[in-house]
Write a protein that binds this ligand. Structure first.
Ligand code: GLU
Length: 289
């Protein structure tokens, strides 16, 4: 832990000496942009490559994965995954149109064409697969619990939250998973909205994926702690139009290539890896419908 911290500090120091302007979890791996890639006519890849632009939905308030930075564009691991996909379409980062997706509007934004893809701490699951499709996973998270620093209520896991006021986000798997534990659930639109109620004692815990909570704890040093006792599996996928199989297969190919050529690891290390250990990339799941 101590070693990780000092590495983190030196990485940030080096970045600022180099004038890279990196902040914790907000780096940029800059994948090389493919020159004039060719795709079969009529595919989503051909359409996006011809347009020279892509609209990607992501979170804007989740440090390490998707947080709107000083440039006005979001930064984080999800953002870097979006840049890798765009780069293979021949689309540079400055031609990506970033749209904020909160948990509950991700499927509607894909279905109504507001976005081309969603990369937003988005768990692959069967009910979502009824209306959209998923490439990935490109990361495996797990639901966890955030409490005040020092854990004054002595919470060890979700069982200790029965009958207690707990904050989570509507339209998320976190909300559904925690409901099974009989908590008094208070929901809002984004996880950052849960922090003030936790500070004020209006709720005793916030629950969602461990990596989202780790980012919020890191952003508010000394105020909160994550239990680090995950109780679900949350494989993160890239949301795309329902049954667009050619696009899904192609994104899965891009992910596998990014595992092999080091760009997935570089994306992690420039962002979430400043706070979290580098995991092994998960095998993509080419599920059949
Ligand atoms: N990964 C979970 C989900 O997709 C929780 C995080 C979020 O809401 O983005 O619902």
């Amino acid at each position: 832990m101590r070693l990780k911290k000092s590495l983190t500090i030196s990485a940030i120091a080096v970045a600022s000496i180099l004038g890279l302007g990196a902040c914790a979890g907000g780096g940029d791996a800059n994948p090389p942009v493919a020159e004039k890639p060719s795709f079969e006519a009529g595919t989503t890849m051909a359409k996006l490559a011809d347009a020279g632009a892509i609209t990607i939905g992501t979170k804007f308030d989740q440090p390490l994965f998707g947080l709107k930075g000083p440039s006005g564009d979001p930064e984080g691991f999800d953002v870097e995954i979006g840049k890798i996909i765009a780069s293979k379409l021949g689309i540079a980062a400055d031609k990506i149109n970033w749209v904020e997706t909160v948990s509950k509007n991700r499927e509607p934004f894909i279905e109504n064409g507001t976005v081309d893809i969603v990369v937003a701490t988005y768990t692959i699951n069967d009910s979502r697969k009824e209306v959209i499709s998923f490439a990935g996973p490109y990361y495996n998270a797990g639901q966890d619990i955030l409490v005040l620093a020092g854990n004054p209520e002595g919470i060890k896991g979700p069982e200790d939250l029965k009958g207690k006021d707990v904050c989570s986000v509507s339209g998320s798997t976190s909300e559904k998973n925690i409901a099974a534990y009989g908590v008094n659930l208070i929901t809002t639109d984004t996880y950052s909205n849960c922090l003030e109620p936790l500070r004020q004692g209006k709720v005793i815990a916030v629950t969602t994926d461990n990596v989202i909570l780790a980012g919020l704890a890191d952003q508010n040093a000394g105020e909160f702690e994550v239990l680090s006792n995950p109780f679900t599996e949350e494989p993160y996928g890239i949301g795309l139009g329902h049954d667009d199989d050619a696009f899904r297969d192609w994104i899965n190919d891009v992910l596998e290539a990014s595992y092999a050529d080091g760009s997935w690891k570089a994306a992690w290390e420039a962002t979430a890896g400043k706070v979290l250990k580098t995991p092994e990339p998960p095998a993509v799941n080419r599920y059949s419908n």
